[in-house]
Design a protein around this ligand. Structure first.
Ligand SMILES: Cc1ncc(C[n+]2csc(CCOP(=O)(O)OP(=O)(O)O)c2C)c(N)n1
Length: 637
């Protein structure tokens, strides 16, 4: 873009019509845009928290994609989607970007409802190539000639589904381009043989250097050099690209892709050139791009793992507001490391979430029994079953939402075999700002349908430690301990912690005043129910409490004890599960009084954890309100 005098114009994002104007920018102007985007990313995420390092690394790549493709007609699909912030800024959402990850604000992941440029929802890893295959196939059926571009990181490439997608895409003849964004990092250092392989490709002569060197040499040959160089440059011949753009065939070629790269993912000219070339084929192309995670913000460049997903932080010092030291994950990780000190059978397994799940303590103390298998939850479950079949006690620590991937492995490889595998199900319940794709609301309904499974849901740190020991030493098949994101802020009476269940009955001197209401709950929100009970009792709405710790299977004796109540209300931080089973068991025993349940339904949108719980009706205030209403209905009828 130039001024009237022909000189290149100083560019600011607010003056551009996005994303179209990006195509007309000169390289120096592109760099200015990247600089501005980075400032927006850093200042916004410092206030909202979010995925900083991945986004800083993908700024030039995103800009180049929008220069070389016509979004939304060409479909750009972001794997995981955590690196799509620049895409959002460059597709008309800069003004709202300060609301990132807030209630009703811009989502931290692609959301088609938010913009026509967000082609498909993501949040879980390794899905982009499959989505792209489907879209490319659909566009072909519709007679459209547009491109489909899947952008996938080297971490996400450790997930099996990526290969199912490559396998399917590589044999077809579509306008499908896979951009492999390799920064040698998953959340922590990337693992496995693919990581090694990609690093080995990094060492090869670079695409652009090779091409430019050949052109330069040819141009210097008198008479014939220039026309030959021009001819080569304009040719669409695959063998020319083989000659000029890379020096070897790769596993991706063997899978039916044209492999181009590796190319410097921060060099906009190089990116323009390689994307232009990629578009010239009518067959699947894989463009290998090297980037630096955290690029442009020193604390993130130095420590990309910590800045992968970060809470609010101070821009000057880089210090995060929330310490991960005080959390359920850290308590779990430290306890497990300690137990493993005296028991050499205990192994720890993670699917690329060493820090998130608190397993860094185990890793540093028992390196030989620590296994990071990459973003491969299905494999992690079956791998753990294999370890267990040889007499080890594997503990797979995994976020609730990601365990969803491994339903078949739970049934087919762990449950039927009858092996003893322990699961630390982290981020169980609402997680807040990451929104629908990350809320841990389905582990309970999923796990209760897996035979030979016991589930514990501790309500405080001390219970978490006890439950973990119980699961390791007293259970025999699948033993699950589920706990929430964040730290323990509970106030309930912890003098008699019980690993099964606890009835707390009102001690009422006046016999005529009996509690006819039973409130039941478990996990983090038991504390909310506990607080609500004292408010209600003070209001003369007398409620007894039933706290579950081993939440499944539900013992008959507690159903027996519950039958005497007029009104039973179950509060559950999950999309159903135990409350449904409890209701069924009551019915079977002939319970004819009132039974109701408050739990999540459908998908919970992004907001703070407190707001999410409030919207479901699981905060103390909402519980009080609900019980009052139920009590009033009864009195009125
Ligand atoms: C199935 C699944 N498991 C775990 C995660 C958590 N997770 C989010 S991003 C990420 C690392 C992705 O690495 P990469 O694809 O290389 O992207 P980068 O952040 O390095 O750019 C992980 C493990 C996830 N989103 N989905």
């Amino acid at each position: 873009m130039n001024n009237e005098d022909g000189k290149s114009k100083k560019i600011q994002l607010k003056d551009l019509s996005l994303p179209q104007d990006l195509k007309n920018l000169e390289i120096s102007q592109c760099r200015a845009v990247c600089h501005e985007v980075r400032n927006i990313l850093i200042s916004t995420v410092s206030k909202t928290g979010g995925h900083l390092a991945s986004n800083l690394g993908a700024v030039e790549l995103t800009l180049a994609l929008h220069r070389n493709f016509n979004s939304p007609e060409d479909k750009i699909i972001w794997d995981v989607g955590h690196q799509s912030y620049t895409h959002k800024i460059l597709t008309g959402r800069m003004d709202k970007f300060s609301t990132l990850r807030q209630e009703n604000g811009i989502s931290g992941f692609p959301k088609p409802k938010e913009s026509e440029h967000d082609i498909f929802i993501s949040g879980h890893s390794s899905t982009s190539i499959s989505v792209a295959c489907g879209i490319a196939e659909a566009m072909k059926l519709q007679g459209k000639d547009n491109y489909t571009v899947a952008v996938i990181g080297d971490g996400a490439m450790t997930g099996g589904m990526a290969y199912e997608g490559l396998n399917n895409a590589g044999k077809s003849n579509k306008n499908l381009i896979v951009i492999l964004n390799e920064n040698e990092m998953s959340i922590s250092k990337n693992v496995g043989s693919l990581a090694k392989y990609l690093t080995s490709l990094r060492g090869k002569e670079k695409y652009l250097n090779t091409k430019r060197a050949v052109e330069k040499t040819l141009v210097n040959i008198p008479v014939v050099g220039m026309p030959v160089a021009r001819g080569i440059k304009n040719s669409k011949d695959i063998f020319k690209d083989r000659l000029l753009y890379n020096t070897q065939f790769t596993m991706f070629d063997d899978m039916g892709f044209i492999y181009l790269g590796p190319v410097d993912g921060h060099d906009i000219e190089a990116l323009d050139e390689v994307l232009h070339t990629a578009k010239s084929y009518k067959m699947p192309v894989l463009v290998h791009v090297n980037t630096v995670k955290g690029k442009g913000y020193l604390p993130a460049e130095k420590n990309p793992g910590e800045y992968h997903g970060i809470s609010r932080f101070d821009i000057l010092t880089g210090n995060p507001e929330v310490s991960s030291e005080n959390s359920y994950s850290a308590v779990f990780g430290k306890e497990l490391a300690e137990l493993a000190e005296n028991d050499k059978r205990i192994c720890a397994v993670t699917a690329a979430m060493k820090y998130g799940t608190g397993l860094q303590y185990f890793c540093s103390q028992h390196r030989d029994r620590f296994f990071d298998v990459g973003i491969a939850e299905e494999h992690a479950v079956t791998f753990s079953a294999g370890l267990a079949s040889m007499g080890f006690i594997p503990v797979f620590a995994v976020y609730s939402t990601f365990l969803q991937r491994a339903y078949d492995q739970l049934i087919h490889d762990a449950s039927i075999s009858g092996v003893h595998v322990v699961f630390g199900v982290d981020r169980a319940g609402v997680v807040g700002e990451d929104g629908e794709t990350h809320q841990g609301m389905f582990d309970v309904p999923m796990l209760v349908s897996v035979p030979n499974t016991v589930i514990y849901s501790p309500s405080c740190y001390e219970e978490l430690r006890l439950c973990l020991r119980q699961a390791i030493y007293n259970d025999t098949n699948i033993a699950v301990v589920r706990y929430p994101r964040g730290s323990d802020k509970t106030v309930f009476d912890k003098s008699h912690l019980n690993l099964t269940y606890t009835f707390t009955q009102n001690q009422i001197p006046d016999e005529s005043q009996k509690s006819n209401i039973l409130l039941i709950s478990y996990g983090r929100i038991y504390d909310e129910v506990y607080k609500a009970q004292s408010i209600l009792n003070a209001d003369e709405i007398l409620c007894d409490l039933l706290k579950l710790t081993k939440i499944y299977p539900v013992p008959d004796e507690i159903i027996e004890k519950s039958l005497k109540y007029d009104k039973i209300i179950f509060f559950e931080e999950s999309n159903g599960g135990i409350s449904v089973i409890f209701g069924d068991m009551l019915l079977e025993r002939g319970f004819k009084n009132s039974y109701s349940k408050v739990n999540a339904e459908g998908f919970i949108k992004q907001a703070s954890v407190k707001r999410c719980l409030d919207k479901i009706g699981l905060t103390c205030e909402k519980i009080v309100e609900y019980v009052r209403k139920k009590n009033f209905e009864d009195v009125a009828s």
